[in-house]
Design a protein around this ligand. Structure first.
Ligand code: PLP
Length: 362
């Protein structure tokens, strides 16, 4: 094959050439505690009921481009404010991309607080935007309001992203500080509530008061990561603009059908997430009891902790050798040196992780 290197250098946009593709490590055969998935499957009756619906699916037809029935079901099952419109994405990752396409371009800036969610930066770069990150406070990862307000004044960001609770730090920022950011921002503020099911607090009720506020959620962390379904809530006029950038059939027949079915049984997921919240507290207590670790409290379904200096790579590898996969945060951000992140699993999985961790720490 002839080498395309020169053409690539000439044609691929510099911002893209300088990026790294998002890497997902292989997990086959491992206890998978790296990606904030819900570990629980469905009860047998639910699987049977779902298969009955799948049998009726018409895969020869395009999906309903407006996903009208799914949206109606979402309004019944998820607490969505009355005046808010819904925009659906193939995961909330796609919604972040849609926002970049509608609001992005040269001279426009995405601002967020870091360490934060990796996709804000990646998508800002490939939608031609500048990316600015305000460090969270050292120690407790709180939002540094003065620094945020100074950055908002200096950069006049088109989009501010705040994850509430934040990934990978697990904390939910002070509400008054978030409110102050919304009021000071000249552009839109997107509250990313991916971990809503584990937090219990939301900014959705504030949508009516702020013309620049958007609230984004996903069904991924509550137990449906495989479906790829995220939703943005906001004023109908905003969402009408973003709709123009949405590809008409982004939510597949199988996703629409499966999400509708799952949300008819939303109590199953509510029970699973309730158990995970309890498990999170048990896991937190067990980690905190280990002298070698610094552990941060979490409002999400994961816990971030720091191992002794220089040990993150060996502890992460040691866990993996014992069949447990978690996320190595060390090396991903200056404030996350020696840090690892574990997703809350079943009691058995968490027990396996804790035993493996003790051994890996030596
Ligand atoms: C997991 C996550 C998302 C992405 O969710 P998908 O709907 O699965 O694409 C968005 N934001 C944050 C903060 C997350 O942790």
């Amino acid at each position: 094959m002839s080498q395309p290197a020169d053409l690539i250098r000439a044609l691929v946009r510099p911002a893209v050439q300088s990026m790294q593709a998002y890497h997902v490590p292989p997990a086959t055969g491992l206890v998978k505690l790296d990606a904030m998935e819900n570990p629980y499957g469905w009860p047998e009756e639910l699987v049977d009921g779902w298969l009955g619906r799948v049998r009726q699916a018409q895969l020869n037809r395009y999906p309903d481009p407006s996903a009208a029935e799914l949206k109606q079901r979402m309004r019944q099952a998820l607490d969505i404010p009355d005046g808010a419109e819904l925009l659906l994405g193939n995961g909330s990752d796609e919604l972040i991309q849609l926002l970049g396409m509608a609001l992005g371009g040269a001279g426009r800036t995405v601002l967020t607080a870091g360490p934060g969610f990796a996709m804000y930066r990646l998508i800002a770069l490939f939608t031609g935007m500048r990316y600015e990150e305000v460090p969270l406070r050292e120690g407790d990862f709180a939002l540094d309001l003065d620094a945020m307000l100074a950055a908002i004044a200096a950069h006049r960001p088109t989009i501010v992203y705040l994850a509430y609770p934040n990934n990978p730090t697990g904390n939910a920022f002070d509400r008054a500080a978030v409110q102050a950011v919304i009021e000071a921002a000249p552009g839109v503020v997107v509250l990313d509530e991916a971990y809503h099911a584990f937090c219990g607090e939301s900014f959705a009720d504030a949508l009516a008061q702020h013309p620049n506020l958007l609230v984004m959620r996903t069904v991924s962390k509550m137990g449906l990561a495989g479906l790829r379904l995220g939703y943005l809530m906001g004023h109908p006029d905003w969402l009408a603009e973003f709709e123009k950038c949405r590809l008409p059939y982004n939510i597949s027949v199988l996703t629409q059908l499966s999400a509708r079915f799952a949300l008819e049984h939303v109590e199953v997921f509510a029970e699973q997430t309730r158990r995970l919240r309890e498990e999170r507290e048990r896991l937190f207590a067990a980690l905190e009891a280990m002298d070698a670790l610094t552990v941060w409290p979490s409002r999400a379904n994961f816990i971030t902790f720091r191992v002794p200096e220089g040990r993150a790579v060996s502890v992460h590898a040691g866990l993996r050798e014992q069949g447990v996969l978690i996320k190595k945060l060390d090396g991903s951000h200056p404030m996350l040196g020696d840090c690892l992140r574990v997703t809350v699993g079943t009691p058995e999985e968490n027990g396996q992780f804790l035993r493996a961790l003790e051994r890996a720490l030596g």
